[in-house]
Design a protein around this ligand. Structure first.
Ligand SMILES: Cc1cc2nc3c(=O)[nH]c(=O)nc-3n(C[C@H](O)[C@H](O)[C@H](O)COP(=O)(O)OP(=O)(O)OC[C@H]3O[C@@H](n4cnc5c(N)ncnc54)[C@H](O)[C@@H]3O)c2cc1C
Length: 459
């Protein structure tokens, strides 16, 4: 057993908890310090009036075998669920109508989503050369160059809003969509790369995001962090906000605030998974350049609006995952998940539940002290697009002031500096969704990397 050395994990979101789980499984002595009164971080599930509401991630993608291992370790097999088949169909809004996103070549040829010119442009993709300045390229530049403007506007722009609540003009293709970037780097193009990359993934057991199954839990996403919490019991210190970390000889001294009282802990190794804007303060005694990098990462505000209706009042056939809205369509929201279509038990019998996203990098200015008018406008737009005749019978919202880190152009400099910092300060490991990807699947994959780094340092 590796119990002599003390490891402290800051933050009980999925990254911190999964990292702690792998360490605990290997016999290490781990304590988790969490600022809030509950674990889960961005994973927040509530149950009310027969509705099950996920205000953070609604699902994850099973991109790695690690997810199943975690589920089995935690005895969650009975709780683990896959999305319904209907959820594979996705819509994009164009001219106030929902158009199904084509999923095969035949549908692509007949779709109204793209003009004939745009379809012909796509066929040229294998012949487009590599960019010379790939590192500092936005997603918009990358996609327009390889696939054409219309593909950017009606496929990538809404997709980026769906994943990052982000703006493709600002996000770095290299950091935000590293796999896409690598397809060009390694194989010279997206179509060629997709075919060849599939063969390599088959060997490694990894799955691409478009092939991976969507998962959740019978009682919602918070099931996963709650199960890891139960495994740790009293070794998760809740309501305990870390204010600073200092080096004292060969140990780290962690100062935290518990219900207004200052307390201290000692550790041999500190793994931070707090958001970058918090980590910038926690490690400010170490290095002003680190503080600079961490505090520059932008997290836009996002409002999640959850709506419930009687199914008989909904004119739009409910046969998909939901729809995303390109910025060209000029609506007050980014898109809507048809939550009760994707997973069972999300709404009472005869009712349908929807999760809408508002704001993000596209329109942070929409928010004010009183968002009631904004909510009314969004509800009206949504009801009109979905041909809904009756009034919603359930409504609840959650405002994320700083929702998702944006891997914007130049992010590679932050990433490089984080590596340098860790080399200069052995014993401190920086993690969380601002390193290695934002999705739940990415965070779980990152947790294994954090675990491996910790093991190496404790050898
Ligand atoms: C609205 C929304 C919808 C999303 N939808 C999806 C989706 O459908 N699918 C998907 O894959 N991903 C989705 N994501 C992204 C994904 O949920 C997150 O990236 C992921 O859960 C982040 O986990 P984390 O542990 O890295 O960070 P967090 O969940 O942010 O956890 C960090 C933890 O650190 C704690 N902390 C902060 N400061 C301190 C301190 N000083 N001391 C101690 N603790 C501290 C926080 O309280 C928090 O609990 C969504 C995110 C949001 C916000």
């Amino acid at each position: 057993m590796n119990t002599e050395k003390k490891i402290l994990v800051i933050g009980a979101g999925i990254t911190g908890l999964a990292t702690a789980h792998w360490l605990n499984k290997d016999g290490y002595n781990v304590t988790i310090v969490e600022a809030k009164s509950k674990v889960g971080g961005s994973m927040v599930t509530e149950k009310e009036d027969g509705y099950l509401i996920d205000f953070g991630p609604n699902s994850g993608l099973e991109t790695s075998p690690l997810i199943k291992i975690l589920v089995e370790d935690l005895n969650l097999k009975q709780q683990f669920i896959y999305g319904n088949k209907e959820g594979n169909k996705r819509y994009i809004l164009k001219n106030d109508e929902l158009q199904a996103l084509p999923m095969n070549p035949k549908d692509f040829l007949s779709t109204k989503l793209f003009s004939t010119k745009a379809k012909l442009r796509l066929a040229l993709e294998p012949f487009v050369g590599k960019s010379e300045d790939g590192y500092y390229q936005s997603i918009s530049e990358f996609v327009t160059r390889r696939l054409g403007r219309e593909f950017l506007d009606y496929a990538i722009n809404p997709f980026v809003a769906g994943v990052y609540a982000g703006n493709p003009d600002k996000l770095s293709v290299k950091s935000a969509f590293p796999k896409l970037y690598r397809l060009e780097e390694l194989y010279g193009g997206l179509i060629k790369g997709t075919i060849k990359g599939a063969r390599e993934r088959k060997k490694s057991g990894e799955k691409s995001k478009q092939d991976a199954a969507m998962f959740s839990f019978v009682d919602g996403m918070v099931t996963l962090p709650n199960a890891i919490h139960s495994e740790f019991g009293g070794k998760v210190l809740l309501n305990s906000s870390v204010t600073s970390v200092d080096k004292r000889n060969d140990k780290f001294e962690i100062t935290y605030n518990k219900n207004g009282t200052e307390a201290k802990l000692e550790a041999d190794l500190v793994i931070s998974t707090a958001p970058s804007y918090k980590a910038s303060k926690i490690f400010s005694n170490f290095d002003s350049e680190l503080t600079n990098h961490l505090s520059k990462i932008y997290y836009p505000p996002v409002m999640v609006l959850y709506l419930g209706y009687d199914k008989k009042d909904i004119g739009q056939p409910l046969d998909g995952f939901g729809f995303l809205i390109p910025s060209k369509e000029k609506k007050n929201f980014l898109g809507a998940l048809w939550s009760s279509v994707i997973f069972d038990n999300r709404a009472p019998e005869g009712k349908a539940a929807f999760t809408l996203f508002i704001g993000g990098t596209r329109s942070p200015e929409l928010f004010s002290d009183d968002n009631n008018k904004l909510i009314d406008d969004v509800v009206k737009e949504f009801e009109s697009l979905m041909h809904i005749t009756g009034k919603h019978e359930f409504i609840k919202s959650n405002f994320w002031n700083k929702a998702i880190p944006q891997y914007n152009i130049g992010y590679v400099e932050h990433e490089n500096y984080f590596k340098q910092f860790e080399e200069k300060n052995p014993g401190i490991i920086l993690g969380g969704n601002y390193v290695g990807g934002i999705s739940v699947g990415d965070c779980i994959k990152s947790s294994e990397i954090l675990f491996e780094k910790a093991k190496k340092l404790l050898l």
